[in-house]
Each structure stands twice: as C-alpha cells, then as structure tokens.
Design a binder for this molecule. Structure first.
Ligand SMILES: [Zn+2]
Length: 138
C-alpha cells in the first residue's frame, strides 16, 4: 500500500507517455488527492525496459500487458483491501475512484481511458442500484 497526501493511493492501469511512445495498460498507483501517478513498484523495472525498447524501436503505441507477464489481479488487490467491507461501501468507493480517474484521464486527454472509465461507471452504478433495492426491500 502506498500513501501520498495522507490518502492511500489507488491501484489501477493507465497510459503513460515515454518521450513519444504511449504505453498502455501500465499498472500504476494514483493519488486521488493531488493526482500524482506512480508506476507500480512491482513493475518499475519492466516498465523501464519496455519504455526504452519501444522508444528505440520508434513505436508510437505499445501495450504493457502484451509484453510483460503480470499477475495483474494480485497487483491491484495489494493496493485495495476489500475484505470484511460492506458491499455498498466498496461500490461507492469504486465509483469515487472511477470519477477521480475519469477527471485525471480528461486532464491528460486520454480518450480511450475515459471511455473505458465511463463504461466502468455504468456497471458500478447498476451494481449500486441493485444493492440499494435489495436494502430497501428488506
Ligand atoms: Zn498526493
């Protein structure tokens, strides 16, 4: 778990730019307060290698996930602990995160990421409504 500004950083995937190369699906840590982005510490070396390689190759776009084998799930689960949490709280905090990320994606002008986050928000909204219904019907 990483901390920044006193808040815990969020584990997610994003697009990073190395000189002229866009590198997609890089596991990153994102601070919801100041919007600082850090490469996930478990993939720092791989990221550097791929970034250098892609730049040397003159590639404009590379997908981190295609080059680097990841236990992606594990990476993300390290950052956010969902154990013993109320499912409603989990959904609400996921919505918060997605909104923060959406705002950040907008700032860096990453259209594809924005679309992906909007889709995710739609799913999360549906889940929240379902939970809410279940709750009021009890
Ligand atoms: Zn911060």
């Amino acid at each position: 778990m990483s901390f920044c500004c006193g808040a815990s950083m969020i584990g997610t995937k994003g697009t990073l730019k190395h000189i002229r190369t866009n590198i997609h699906n890089v596991p990153i840590m994102f601070c919801p307060v100041c919007h600082r982005v850090e490469i996930h510490y478990l993939v720092e070396n791989e990221y550097e290698i791929l970034a250098e390689y892609a730049h040397g190759d003159g590639a404009d776009e590379v997908d981190f996930g295609e080059y680097v084998e990841q236990e992606g799930k594990e990476l993300l689960e390290n950052c956010v602990n969902h154990e013993n949490e109320d499912p409603m709280d989990v959904v609400l905090s996921q919505i918060d995160m997605a909104l923060d990320l959406l705002c950040f994606a907008g700032q860096i002008g990453d259209k594809a990421w924005q679309d992906e986050l909007k889709k995710r928000l739609g799913t999360l909204n549906g889940r929240r409504n379902k939970l809410r219904q279940r709750r009021t019907s009890v």
